[in-house]
Each structure stands twice: as C-alpha cells, then as structure tokens.
Design a protein around this ligand. Structure first.
Ligand SMILES: Nc1ncnc2c1ncn2[C@@H]1O[C@H](COP(=O)(O)OP(=O)(O)OP(=O)(O)O)[C@@H](O)[C@H]1O
Ligand SMILES: [Mg+2]
Length: 205
C-alpha cells in the first residue's frame, strides 16, 4: 500500500501545475490511505485507480473554491460511475476543511422508482451545512413529465442550497437540454466543469 501511495504521489507531482496543488494532492492521498477511506466505498471500488484520472478532475478536487459542479458524460461503460466514486473519496478527505457534513450518492433510475410520496427534499435540505451530492446515471430518455418535475425539484434544491453537485449521464449537454429543458440544464451547467469519458465499453473489452 505504501509503495502504491508513493508511486501515486510521484506521478501526480509530475502532472500537476502549481505547488499548492501538489501539496493538496499529497495531503488528500495520504489521508485517503491512512484513514482507509476507500474501504467506505462499495467493495467493487476498493482498488480504484486514482492515478489516471483526467486532469480536469484533479483540478476540480484541489480547487473546490472555484467550481462546485461537475458534469461527466459519455457512452455506456466508459467509466463515469467509477470516476464519481473516486471523486467522492477524494472530496471526503477535504470534508472538514470545506465544512461538509454529508456525502450523498443517488442513483437516479432508482430514485425515480420510488413512490410519488417520497420526500425529495430530504436529499438537499440542511441548515447551513454543505453536502456533496452525486446524481449517478441521470438518464433522461423517455422520462414522464412527472419525473422531469421531480428532477427539477431535486436539482433546484441542490442549486439553491449551494451544495457540491456531481452528475454522471449518458446524455451530453445538448441532449440534456433537448430532453429535460433549459431550466434543469441551466442549473446543472452554470459554472460547471464538463468531462467526457471516451473509449469503448469497459465491461465488454
Ligand atoms: N479507470 C478504470 N480502471 C479500471 N476499471 C474501470 C475504470 N473505469 C471503469 N472501470 C470499470 O469498467 C466498468 C464500467 O464502468 P462504469 O460503471 O463506471 O461505467 P459507466 O460509464 O458509469 O456506465 P453506464 O453508462 O452504463 O452507467 C466497471 O466494471 C468499472 O469498474
Ligand atoms: Mg454508471
């Protein structure tokens, strides 16, 4: 484990741009391993590879003051959910510094299966506290008007409460806007870092 950590730090040092970022990466990674934070993720992600994450994600996790939203889009199986879990772990390391009290990982298709009476507000309502909220698999194809309305309530709530928001989706920003309209899309994309995952479906390589 210790060797992996040193290798990781060396590689990130070479790739990063400012001393502050290098310092922040080192701090995050040390905590991540020392506190065994990866073990809090689902078992599948215990050995998650944090060496080869896109540069934009390294920027996002070390300069959180600048950007609070991340939109990850790409084809099926290209690693969006995988990246989202990696980011969640990295951000957890900065929790105290950022005054974050909660990390919420919501699978959108699962959420939309819930009965209409589900209180969506519980996901974003907090008193002067910040959350990191991951909305995984914002698949907006063939959604009913009612589901689009529920998504709006959720996303607007996250937006107004100023939480960190990380979204993964099979739709690119253009498709998103065509399918769920401008009101949702505009709230997601405002000051957002956009990342496209490339390549083939890793599940069937
Ligand atoms: N960088 C990586 N290194 C190793 N395995 C990876 C990497 N990225 C993804 N995988 C693996 O590839 C598979 C697909 O990744 P993932 O579930 O993140 O895709 P996805 O883009 O979220 O797909 P979908 O659109 O179907 O939700 C998973 O088994 C995941 O563990
Ligand atoms: Mg996924």
């Amino acid at each position: 484990m210790e060797n992996n950590l040193l290798q990781l730090i060396e590689k990130w040092k070479k790739e990063t741009k400012t001393d502050d970022q290098v310092f922040e990466y080192e701090r995050m990674l040390r905590f991540l391993y020392e506190k065994e934070i990866l073990k809090k993720l689902p078992k599948k992600y215990y050995d998650i590879d944090l060496i080869n994450v896109p540069e934009k994600i390294k920027d996002f996790v070390t300069r959180k003051d600048k950007n609070k939203k991340l939109f990850i889009h790409g084809a099926v199986g290209t690693g969006k959910t995988y990246l989202a879990y990696g980011i969640k772990a990295l951000m957890e390391v900065s929790a105290n510094k950022l005054n974050i009290d909660d990390f919420v990982f919501i699978n959108i298709p699962e959420l939309l299966l819930e009965p209409a009476s589900l209180d969506i507000k519980k996901y974003y309502q907090t008193r002067n506290k910040r959350k990191v909220i991951v909305l995984d698999d914002l698949s907006v194809e063939k959604q009913s008007e009612w589901n689009i309305h529920r998504l709006y309530v959720l996303i607007n709530g996250i937006y107004e409460n100023d939480h960190f928001l990380i979204i993964t989706s099979n739709s690119n920003p253009q498709q998103l806007s065509e399918r769920v309209g401008d009101r949702i899309t505009s709230r997601i994309l405002e000051n957002s870092t956009i990342i496209k995952t490339e390549g083939k479906d890793k599940r069937i390589l």
